[in-house]
Ligand binder design. Structure first.
Ligand SMILES: Cc1ncc(COP(=O)(O)O)c(C=O)c1O
Length: 373
């Protein structure tokens, strides 16, 4: 389904750090931060040990805490909502758009309207849109709905390094953006993440929080209660090496998506696609209603093809359904996608022939199931 693209160059750079003896929060981390700032054109980049910790620190830096609410997408890796809970706030989930899998801007607008008329909009201290599977959400449109209320946008760009819309990179449009370098992302540091922002105060907060609350500078002082969310130099060295190949990796992933689109057109519901706008982290299609997903997945696995079921319908997970009492019809599009989404293999070690085999096997199973239904 996914596999990291590690070269001998990556390994050599990691080995060099291991031999140097400087393993934590040294020059490699600072250099990776600078490289990412150059690539994205942002003022500040703060590296951490994961996108999850980056999101959590960003919420804290935005002043989100107990009693507050944060609006976010209902369809994402569960970390997007968990960080809201971890800082003591309450997530307000919004249904998604059926082909981009991103937050539905019209549903968001009506949710904001409801919160305003009930006098509850003041509790909302941030909005976290997610660039689902790497496809950039329309952050400008979302900003248009909340900037008058002074609500900041924290972009969950975990999957979206390199995605662009209207000449702006994912992660750079809102007040803060967070990226992941988990092994399934386009570039990896093993685990790892970064916070990007043009806001010096947010960056300063994040730098201190990730390092036990210690203020940067020569004098050791702890200016807040923080934690250890640091990235190691081993990770950063690998990240720098991988970042150099990002354009080539994105090109390969996008080409594979285009092959899938060509082969599957008219047979399954294809995702929204535009090469520049998509960082091509995952390729997710939706099955026709008469196809039974579980047996399709089993049949594909029997033929050596690993597929997934998209990402997480967060309000319907046990933890969130139990806490907030969500029911299956609260998010109609999410409910459908949770039943019919299938993620197909997408990584740089696949050839066009591999993609063709996956697509043709999928189509064969769909046609057989249709024939027998
Ligand atoms: C949308 C989204 N947000 C957050 C995360 C968390 O990233 P990490 O695994 O680096 O903590 C992921 C990871 O897959 C993700 O896909």
């Amino acid at each position: 389904l996914g596999t990291p693209d590690i070269t001998s160059d990556d390994i050599d750079r990691v080995t060099a750090v291991l031999s140097s003896g400087a393993l934590v929060q040294g020059r490699e981390v600072e250099s990776l931060e600078n490289d990412i700032a150059d690539y994205l054109g942002t003022e500040h980049v703060v590296a951490t040990c994961s996108c999850t910790t980056s999101l959590e620190v960003s919420l804290r830096a935005l002043g989100v805490g107990p009693g507050d609410a944060v609006i976010t997408s209902s369809y994402s890796w569960v970390a997007t909502a968990n960080v809201i809970e971890l800082v003591g706030a309450e997530p307000i989930f919004v249904d998604i758009e059926p082909t981009s899998f991103n937050i539905d801007v019209d549903v968001l607008a009506s949710r904001i309207g409801e919160l305003q008329s009930s006098g509850n909009l003041g509790r909302v201290k941030a909005v976290i849109p997610v660039h689902a599977f790497g496809y950039m959400a329309d952050i400008e449109a979302i900003a248009g709905l909340v900037t008058d209320s002074g609500i900041p946008i924290l972009e969950d760009a975990a999957c979206a390094l390199g995605a662009e819309l209207d000449n702006k990179y994912a992660g750079t449009v809102g007040a803060v953006g967070c990226f992941s370098f988990h092994p399934l992302k386009s570039i990896t540091t093993g685990e790892g993440g970064v916070i990007v922002t043009d806001d010096a105060e947010i960056a300063e907060y994040a730098r201190a929080f990730r390092n036990h609350g210690q203020a940067p500078g020569p004098v050791r002082d702890f200016v807040m209660v923080g934690s250890n969310y640091r990235m190691t130099d081993v990770m950063a060295a690998m990240g720098r090496s991988q970042l150099m190949r990002l354009p080539e990796l994105l090109k390969c992933r996008r080409r594979l998506i285009e092959t899938y689109l060509h082969l599957l057109e008219g047979e399954v519901q294809l995702p929204a696609y535009d090469a520049q706008r998509h960082a091509a982290q995952s390729f997710v299609v939706r099955l026709p209603p008469e196809v039974e997903r579980a047996s399709l997945i089993r049949e594909l696995r029997d033929q050596g093809i690993e597929v997934g079921t998209g990402t997480v319908p967060i309000p319907y997970t046990t933890a969130y359904a139990r806490k907030y009492g969500y029911r299956d019809d609260d998010f109609p599009v999410l409910s459908q996608v949770a039943r019919d989404a299938v993620s197909l293999p997408l990584h740089t070690r696949l050839s066009d022939d591999d993609v063709e085999r996956v697509a043709l096997t999928l189509l064969d199973i769909i046609r057989r199931q249709r024939g027998s239904s």
